[in-house]
Design a protein around this ligand. Structure first.
Ligand code: 13P
Length: 255
């Protein structure tokens, strides 16, 4: 049985004070709801990680970073290592987000190096995949996602998959208010499971947590999260307000 994972990706939002406020609200809200069937993760900006870690200590909240570099240390101005985010309390790291791929031109090869480093560092990597609008419109979504997964996981052996989560985020659904239909999303999640089964084995595919991301909110979460192959959400906009994030957590627990 796969446990649901509800993950908030705050992207480049919330300064230190705003982060502290949002985390306080989430902690207070979690005391009032049942969420024992779901894991909850928040991924603030790098500058807020350390303070957030102190704030969430003693709560079941998990902390993640939104990116990292694959080298251990050295002359890589502006980058951050796996050890640094771990020392700030992170257990998870989001890698290959479509904004990293499209705005910062990260290649599958670079993302693969990061995935390997994250897993070797005992972080759980959340590998993001998803097609852009033109690719969906020309029916290429399966081809694109298959290639992103095969390249992203090159050299990752099956015993390492325990430290991997996949997030399917159709790029046309991110921040647009236009989510994939539950059926569209579930179909892709099933396809991703087939890819994992082909690359590894059926057991690995059955156990892989696959999150949906793209305009997931407190209104559409029930339909999306109740699909057979959707194991949680990677949530942008709706994770920036405690009410909507808490509602999604609560809903996930009742499915
Ligand atoms: P939105 O929920 O704002 O569409 O963002 C999704 C996302 O990119 C999460 O990583």
């Amino acid at each position: 049985m796969r446990r649901k994972l509800i993950a908030g990706n705050w992207k480049m939002n919330k300064d230190l004070q705003e982060s502290e406020k949002l985390v306080s609200e989430i902690i207070a809200g979690l005391k009032k709801i049942e969420y024992d069937k779901s894991d909850v993760l928040i991924c603030p900006s790098f500058v807020s990680l350390s303070d957030t870690y102190k704030q969430i200590s003693g709560t079941p909240l998990n902390l993640g970073a939104q990116n990292m570099y694959f080298e251990n240390e050295g002359a890589f101005t502006g980058e951050i290592s796996a050890n640094m985010i771990k020392s700030a309390g992170c257990k998870y790291v989001i890698l290959g987000h479509s904004e990293r791929r499209n705005i910062f031109h990260e290649s599958d090869e670079l993302i693969n190096k990061k995935v390997i480093k994250a897993i070797d560092s005992k972080l759980t990597a959340i590998l993001c995949v998803g097609e852009i609008l033109e690719e969906r419109e020309s029916g290429k979504q399966n081809e694109v996602v298959k290639s992103q997964i095969e390249k992203g996981l090159a050299g990752v052996s099956s015993d390492k998959l325990i430290n991997l989560v996949i997030a399917y985020e159709p790029v046309w659904a991110i921040g647009t208010g236009k989510n994939a239909t539950p059926e569209e999303a579930n179909e892709m999640h099933k396809f991703i499971r087939e890819i994992i089964s082909d690359l590894y084995n059926k057991n690995a595919s059955d156990e892989m947590r696959i999150l949906y991301g793209g305009s997931l909110n407190d209104k559409n979460c029930e339909e999306l999260l109740s699909q057979s192959d959707i194991d949680g959400g990677l949530i942008g906009g709706a994770s920036l307000k405690s009410e909507s994030f808490l509602k999604i957590i609560e809903t996930s627990n009742n499915i």
